[in-house]
Design a protein around this ligand. Structure first.
Ligand SMILES: Cc1cc2nc3c(=O)[nH]c(=O)nc-3n(C[C@H](O)[C@H](O)[C@H](O)COP(=O)(O)O)c2cc1C
Length: 372
């Protein structure tokens, strides 16, 4: 794997991508807690036809799978954002592009459309969406949303768990910094001609520290102010990404949003945060009241994980590092295989659980540890 000569080395890139914050407790709990949920299959249910399609708000997608937004995937593989988008679309998996893409969002949309051609007239089709960080200078967020709308992105995932970037020890030790050309690739249009203040402080900036303060996440946003931010989305479907408590799920229910993602950012923000499997389990009461669509992410790597998540009440999952790792270690072919295997595993896992559709999974088919 070649990396830009002046950029970070392979080990620092691996640490940035596959590591987490603090002592990486949350990172390991995410995996541990999916494994702790036992499944109770039902048999003899005629599973000759499995349809894994689900509704995410107004949109039906063929599989309950969305590739999670990950910053600067091109650190792992040249033009990775476009490569992943095309492969995901080809296999019926939806894709959410990060604000911090190293490939302009227009090119990623084009790649996704190329992948979609494999579907011909088959419906439903996978969806393309855009993850938005609310930046201190709201003109950036506004301009990115406009470009996303113009290029066929259907939903905005507004990240609500990152007013600051979590402290990642490995990155600090490696003095890891994202190469400048990656930092500005998706926002070159916005940077042109705008006068920006150089960032005065690295507090909360961490490795993704924006050189310009206007590009750093806006830590002033609160539930009362979220309405204005949602208005930026210009009528697109909005999901709030990064909810971990029943209390916040209830607050989300009062806003005009399509859904939420139960996420701890892959263990990259507050270390010690509850795992997402356990968080989802603990918000069961609020989930019953909640009218929107709930997604979950964090260490999802198999069909068994997906049916566990659906059994706990999620409509779909986001998958991050499992696919990033396949691309990094085994290239485009490895990524293609990993996506197609995951899709097959979801269908087979549904069938073996006795559910020919995701809605048929019963809560009683999951045994969670008694101390949860
Ligand atoms: C390297 C990396 C970069 C990420 N960048 C973003 C980002 O730009 N925006 C965002 O909302 N989440 C980001 N995330 C979090 C993912 O969207 C997702 O919540 C998390 O990776 C899911 O966990 P998993 O990687 O264990 O599947 C990032 C995660 C990783 C690993």
């Amino acid at each position: 794997m070649e990396h830009p000569g002046h950029g970070p080395g392979a080990e620092a890139i691996r640490d940035y991508y596959f590591g987490g914050s603090g002592a990486e407790a949350t990172l390991s709990w995410n995996r541990r807690d999916w494994d702790a949920i036992e499944l109770v299959p039902r048999v003899m249910r005629n599973v000759s036809r499995v349809d894994a399609a689900v509704d995410l708000g107004a949109r039906r997608i063929p599989f309950p799978l969305v590739v999670a937004p990950m910053a600067y995937t091109s650190l792992l593989h040249p033009r990775a954002e476009a490569v992943i988008a095309e492969a995901a679309a080809r296999h019926g998996v939806s894709y959410c592009l990060s604000t911090r893409s190293a490939v302009p969002l227009e090119e990623v949309a084009e790649a996704f459309r190329r992948g979609l051609t494999a579907w011909g007239s088959v419906r439903p089709r996978p969806a393309l969406s855009f993850q938005l960080y609310v930046m201190r200078d709201h003109r950036f967020s506004d301009s990115l949303v406009r470009r996303a709308v113009d290029n066929g992105y259907e939903a905005i995932y507004l990240t609500v768990d990152a007013p600051y970037i979590g402290v990642r020890m490995r990155d600090r030790e490696n003095s890891f910094a994202v190469p400048e050309e990656f930092l500005s690739a998706n926002i070159a249009q916005e940077l042109e001609g705008w006068v920006l203040e150089e960032s005065e402080t690295r507090f909360g900036g961490g490795v993704s520290s924006a050189r310009f303060s206007g590009l750093a996440p806006d830590p002033t946003v609160d539930w009362a102010g979220l309405g204005d931010v949602i208005a930026l989305a210009d009528g697109m479907q909005v999901f709030l990404k990064g909810v971990l408590s029943g209390a916040d799920l209830s607050l989300a229910g009062e806003l005009p949003v399509t859904g939420v993602v139960v996420s701890n950012h892959g263990g990259r923000q507050l270390d010690g945060s509850i795992s997402t499997a356990r968080a989802l389990h603990m918000m069961a009461a609020e989930l019953r009241e909640y009218q929107g669509a709930v997604l979950v992410d964090g260490a999802i790597a198999s069909g068994a994980d997906v049916v566990r998540a659906l059994g706990l009440g999620a409509k779909a999952v986001m998958v991050g590092r499992h696919l990033a790792r396949a691309l990094y270690e085994r290239g485009e072919e490895g990524l293609d295989r990993a996506i197609s295997l995951l899709v097959e595993d979801v269908r087979v896992s549904l069938a073996l659980l006795g559910a020919s559709r995701p809605e048929m999974i019963e809560r009683s088919q999951l045994r969670v540890p008694s101390n949860w």
